[in-house]
Design a protein around this ligand. Structure first.
Ligand code: ADP
Ligand code: MG
Length: 468
């Protein structure tokens, strides 16, 4: 963070400094800004938040002992210099905005969409880092808390800020754009993620469109022209529009020709941008990473990177965030695909397509699927659809984990001609037990669900088998 005095922090957040609150050399907070007292380093600002299990205020003393310069809190904490504000989350937003105001040289690129935000953010960050000092969130720090914490990592040396922007309702992305005004905004897709909260897919589109809407006239809206709801956002932005599309024969500005998938579902293609073209081979698994890579390429081009350098860098980019199509091969050749970080109907389809692609190389495919959360009215049909897709992919075994995932088996059984085995199990441990004896060397197992289903344990369990 850029150094700020407690008085400055109080002025920015409409807070008050507790008496005796002058801290450190010159009373200056140098950052980082953290919400976990275990992450405090000397000079940090510890933001005390009410958590589900614990209240951050109870950790203020520990934060101070670890060297925190001050605490941002909603009530006084004994013996620790503090800025007291009515709402700590709102104060972080105000701080982020003020810090960015003082860093006019930083270019902010925002990324939103129903699926692929984290993957695209990770790719974009790896491209931007080639051009200059870049700040991007760890994992999915993409909401009203994660975004300001990320922004607050920027300092005078930062050139690029690559941000993931998520929404669970109207106005969320607009608020994030207010905190960190993007000059470049990419929208990946509009899907059924969080359909339960939004009500309908058109509401999702409306919310994601707040990113292009927030761009300035000299900004750039990067839109997926293969998704009609995204392309329609061109009419909602004052910014210049750059399109990308992974569809064959697309006329988008940024596109992929000759897309091929290898035996592990990794895509190779010719990246086409204007008149220039360069070959890319991704290290990420699944055809769905092609549009993500194109979006990242479009952003990097706007930052001034040439096509060849983009292609080269995309080919070297790795998956930085865990449990997204994470592949591990056991010594017996069994491939475990851990995609249990989250799930919605589109990412489920993408994962099953990748499973089918990998199985095409002669492996038998298994799908261990758990519940997809937050789908509201479309919950049952979405699970049936997942089962149907798995059956169409010809899986040898389909394991539904937990009561809520049961409809996937109905969907699969309804698929004519499917000869696989449909298995219902209550939990992750039972899933591992069920699949253990069915696996043969060289099989591939996809593990996918919303995080709450706890299926990363299935992948871990299957990988542990080896060490027995
Ligand atoms: N463009 C895409 N279309 C469909 N699914 C995708 C896409 N990109 C990523 N996914 C899948 O969606 C899940 C979440 O990916 P992630 O990059 O973390 O997206 P987000 O941050 O939007 O949740 C993973 O299972 C991933 O494989
Ligand atoms: Mg994410």
């Amino acid at each position: 963070m850029i150094p700020l005095t407690l008085a400055e922090i109080a002025a920015i957040t409409s807070g008050s400094v507790t008496p005796g609150g002058e801290v450190g050399p010159g009373g200056v907070v140098t950052g980082p800004v953290v919400i976990d007292s275990r992450q405090v380093t000397p000079g940090a600002l510890f933001a005390a938040l009410p958590g589900e299990r614990a209240d951050g205020h109870d950790f203020a003393a520990a934060a101070a002992a670890a060297g925190a310069a001050a605490v941002l809190a909603s009530r006084p904490v004994l013996g620790v210099p503090a800025v007291i504000v009515p709402d700590v989350t709102a104060a972080l937003a105000a701080l982020a905005k003020a810090v960015l105001d003082r860093l006019p040289g930083v270019i902010v690129a925002g990324i939103t969409g129903s699926s692929g935000k984290t993957s695209t953010k990770d790719l974009t960050a790896q491209l931007a880092e080639r051009l200059g000092p870049t700040v991007a969130p760890e994992g999915s720090y993409n909401n009203e808390l994660g975004l300001p914490l990320t922004v607050l990592r920027a300092d005078a040396s930062t050139r690029y800020l690559v941000l993931e922007m998520s929404a669970r309702g109207a106005g969320h992305i607009a608020a994030l754009c207010d905190m960190a005004p993007p000059r470049i905004g990419a929208v990946l897709n509009v899907g059924r993620a969080h359909a339960g909260e939004f009500g309908s897919i058109d509401e999702v589109a409306k919310a994601k469109g707040e990113l292009p809407e927030a761009l300035p006239a000299d900004g750039v809206a990067i839109l997926n022209s293969a998704d009609p709801r995204v392309l329609a956002m061109a009419a909602r932005t004052p910014a210049r529009v750059v399109t990308f599309s992974a569809e064959r024969a697309s006329a988008a500005h940024v596109r992929a020709a000759d897309v091929r998938l290898d035996e592990l579902g990794r895509a190779s293609f010719l990246l086409l941008m204007g008149d220039a073209g360069a070959p890319v081979t991704l290290r990420l698994h699944g055809a769905h990473h092609v549009p993500n890579a194109l979006a990242a390429a479009a952003i990097a081009a706007e930052l001034g990177m040439d096509t060849r350098a983009i292609a080269d860098c995309l080919s070297n980019a790795t998956s930085r965030s865990r449990w997204r199509m994470e592949l591990r091969e056991r010594s017996d050749g069994v491939l475990v695909v851990n995609d249990a970080y989250n799930a919605n109907p589109e990412s489920m389809r993408a994962a099953i397509d990748a499973l089918a692609q990998i199985a095409r190389g002669g492996r038998r495919g298994f799908a261990v699927l758990g519940h997809m959360a937050e789908l509201g009215d479309i919950t049952a049909e979405s699970h049936e659809e997942a089962g149907r897709l798995a059956a169409q992919a010809g899986v040898t075994g389909l394991i539904a984990v937990g009561e809520q995932a049961r409809p996937v088996l109905d969907g699969a059984r309804a698929q004519p001609g499917w000869r696989g085995e449909a298995i219902a199990v209550p939990d992750a441990r039972a899933a591992v037990a069920a699949i253990r004896n069915r696996l043969r060397p060289g099989d591939v197992v996809l593990v996918k669900a919303s995080r709450a289903a706890g299926l990363t344990e299935v992948a871990a369990g299957l990988l542990e088998e080896e060490s027995r």
